[in-house]
Design a protein around this ligand. Structure first.
Ligand SMILES: [Zn+2]
Ligand SMILES: [Zn+2]
Length: 235
């Protein structure tokens, strides 16, 4: 029976292709979940941007949040704002497991790399706890790293791990986010591999930056020369 059902749904897909999740127009044969027209509407962040965290600011060179805290990374940059089509795409990837979107999204991030003054020795993704990874089946930041490693020829450095399965950051305020991720990451790699190296840490979404800041703190303590942050979206 299940075989018949599966065959039936395959036929449905063939004869009644899906609609775009955004505009509801019928998707073309080479489009997946979001049509090219809607995808092309994802805009890069518009300057002026905070020199540290890369968020849009109305004036000045550094945002109030970066002025008031200790930051361990050199510079963070995101492709776009976490809203609209970009937010829907990240949701489709993370929660509906539409892995076919990885390359298109990572390709947006690829262009952002040119905005860093540094050349990087290694790429690394923000890890998720093994329980979460088992449940989801993948870690999207690792998939972004595979893509960027190929396009940029920068090797991936393994070793950063999430040791404590912390609750989701969603809904927590800034202070609670810092507390939530504090001491939850650990460097389990080779110290000699990281010493004096320039690292690009990759994540999907940056909200307050407490997660990437905590990871940077650990990487710097292990002897990295600098850590920069690349995210797909920021709030
Ligand atoms: Zn569309
Ligand atoms: Zn800032």
């Amino acid at each position: 029976m299940t075989k018949v059902l599966r065959f039936g749904s395959l036929l449905l897909d063939l004869f009644f292709p899906a609609d775009c999740r955004i505009c509801k127009e019928m998707l073309g044969w080479n489009e997946n979940y979001i049509c090219n027209g809607c995808f092309d509407k994802i805009e890069p962040l518009r300057p002026p941007l905070c020199v540290r965290c890369g968020k849009h600011i109305d004036g000045g060179i550094i945002c109030s949040s970066c002025k008031s805290r200790r930051i361990y990374f050199e510079k963070a940059r995101s492709y776009g704002e976490f809203s609209g089509v970009l937010k829907e795409s990240i949701h489709l990837l993370k929660y509906e497991k539409k892995l076919i979107l990885v390359d298109k999204l990572a390709n947006l991030m690829d262009g952002v790399i040119d905005g860093f003054e540094s050349k990087f020795d290694y790429l690394l993704g923000v890890p998720i706890h093994k329980n979460k990874e088992r449940k989801r089946g993948f870690n999207q930041t690792e998939l972004f790293c595979y893509f960027l490693s190929k396009t940029r020829g920068i090797p991936i450095l393994p070793g950063l791990t999430k040791e404590i399965d912390t609750p989701h950051q969603v809904g927590l305020d800034h202070a609670a986010r810092i507390q939530n991720v504090k001491n939850s990451f650990r460097w389990r790699g080779n110290k000699r591999q990281i010493e004096g190296k320039r690292l690009l840490l990759v994540d999907d979404v940056m909200t307050t930056g407490s997660t990437v800041n905590e990871c940077s703190k650990i990487l710097m303590a292990e002897g990295a020369e600098i850590v920069c942050i690349l995210t797909l979206a920021s709030t």
